[in-house]
Ligand binder design. Structure first.
Ligand code: PLP
Length: 460
């Protein structure tokens, strides 16, 4: 603990003193301490990896999540004592919707119980249903696909662009059929999928776009917030997300009528309450997908830190991208030119084991973990998951879709680039980007250390 503190303090001093270059900075710090009873700080990087009996680069934890203070206490207690816990009784969810629409520049925002129900509500309000095809990426959280299956529509996977980890927009057109009703691009990891190309296809072919922006709060395409390009944009406020109320979600839209249909869908087909509480039904289907006033209050409180946290993540991500970019075999996900702001829900890169003496990714991740740097291998290919094929065997799918369509589905939705991406991907989570530059130095030091000893680690 005190060792870690001393080391970080000196690294910081070295940085602010204007010592350029990471290697030089470490050398300078090591020189300050030299030999003797004082811990040798250079050891952190040149010592053997923990897996080979060395000391870890880092023992301190990365920033904890969520981050709260008395703002949350006050907001939650106010709702509690108001005894208005249901959005129909209070004003807090309404206030959140107004604030989130203002923040994103959307005309309308409808809060939902979670991100999954945001996508379900958006697709439902667009009357996506049995017999329809919906284009989705294979590199996403399973909820994107579950929302399509909930409507008994057919998910059609379009391969990934491994350089960005986003859907490969160049391959979308070939996947369109006369059943295609919508494209659900996912702004994965807080990066942005190619909205120029996707919106061009959408406009020309008259196919709806529902953006899954569940990982992309505050991300921007050409200076405009994501979630405002498609007919609808969906967000998640689940606890791991960059804006968090434990569970929660929202649909953005600029379309007045669609906003009312989404509202009704999330409110059991009941339109907005009128002064006389003379409610009317509208839309074609619905459920109860409402957010509570408690969650609305948490979101308003958490939003006070959103911009500042996004800035911290972006500064750290840019610095880490530079550090890792200098290591052959580490290929950080790049942004498309149109992406003017990345929300960095994940820090994603491809790990090329060929450049690490053949050290398998699983061993690389495990060695990183041992150095105090938690990492994950990310998603597995969704398009080959058996639960989707099982869904097609159900009575509803069997009745609705021609047998040859279901039989040809697997061949139509092969995603070879994504298969490779799933083997090479490594992620760090957004909370790791909320710390300091020296935290980023630690991450890069651990990767360099593992690379130095990769051959030995491969044999271990
Ligand atoms: C988190 C997430 C969802 C679902 O959100 P929940 O709030 O967990 O229901 C959907 N799509 C993507 C890409 C996500 O990351």
């Amino acid at each position: 603990m005190s060792h870690e503190f001393t080391r970080r303090k000196f690294l910081k001093a070295a940085t602010t003193a204007g010592v350029g270059g990471v290697a030089l900075r470490y050398a300078t710090v090591a020189g300050m301490f030299g030999a003797g009873g004082v811990p040798n700080l250079l050891a952190a990087e040149t010592d053997k990896p923990v897996k080979l009996g060395g000391k870890p680069v880092r023992t301190a934890a990365f920033p904890a999540w969520p981050i709260i203070d008395e703002t949350e206490d006050k907001a939650l207690l106010e709702v509690l004592h108001s005894k208005k816990w249901f959005r129909g009784d209070g004003q807090v969810v309404n206030q959140f919707e107004t604030a989130y629409a203002q923040l994103t520049g959307a005309k309308h925002c409808v809060a939902t119980a979670n991100g999954t129900s945001a996508v379900i509500a958006a697709l439902g309000a667009l009357d996506v249903g049995p017999g329809d095809e919906v284009i989705v990426p294979p590199y996403t959280f399973v909820a994107t696909v579950n929302a399509v299956l909930m409507h008994h529509a057919l998910p059609v996977f379009v391969d990934s662009d491994p350089e960005t980890f986003q859907i490969d927009a160049k391959k979308i057109e070939a996947a369109i059929s006369d059943r295609t009703i919508a494209i659900v691009p996912v702004h994965l990891g807080g990066g942005v999928s190619d909205l120029d190309a996707i919106m061009e296809i959408s406009n020309r072919r008259k196919i709806s776009v529902v953006e899954d922006a569940c990982q992309a709060h505050l991300a921007e395409w050409r200076g405009k917030k994501v979630g405002t390009y498609g007919e609808a944009g969906c967000f998640s406020f689940q606890t791991s997300k960059n804006l968090n109320s434990g569970e929660g979600g929202a649909v953005l839209t600029n379309d007045d009528d669609l906003a009312e249909r989404v509202y009704s869908f999330h409110n059991n087909c009941r339109a907005r309450k009128t002064a006389s509480y003379n409610f009317t039904y509208r839309g074609t289907r619905g459920a109860n997908l409402r957010l509570t006033e408690f969650q609305g209050a948490l979101l308003l409180a958490q939003m006070t830190r959103l911009e500042h946290q996004a800035k911290t993540r972006d500064d750290n991500a840019q610095y880490l991208t530079k550090l890792l970019g200098e290591i052959p075999g580490v290929v950080v996900a790049r942004n498309y030119d149109g992406c003017t702001r990345n929300a960095h829900h994940l820090f994603m890169f491809r790990y090329r084991k060929e450049e690490f003496a053949g050290l398998p990714r699983a061993k690389f991740i495990s060695a990183l973990g041992a150095e105090g740097i938690p990492a994950s291998g990310g998603y597995s290919p969704l398009n080959t998951e058996s639960f989707i094929k099982d869904a097609f065997k159900t009575r509803a799918y069997q009745r609705v879709y021609p047998a040859d369509l279901l039989a040809n589905w697997a061949g139509r939705t092969r995603c070879p680039a994504n298969d490779k991406l799933c083997e090479e991907a490594v992620w760090f989570t957004q909370t790791m980007l909320l710390g300091t530059r020296s935290d980023m130095d630690d991450i890069a030091a651990a990767v360099r250390k593992i690379k130095t000893y990769a051959a030995e680690l491969a044999k271990a």
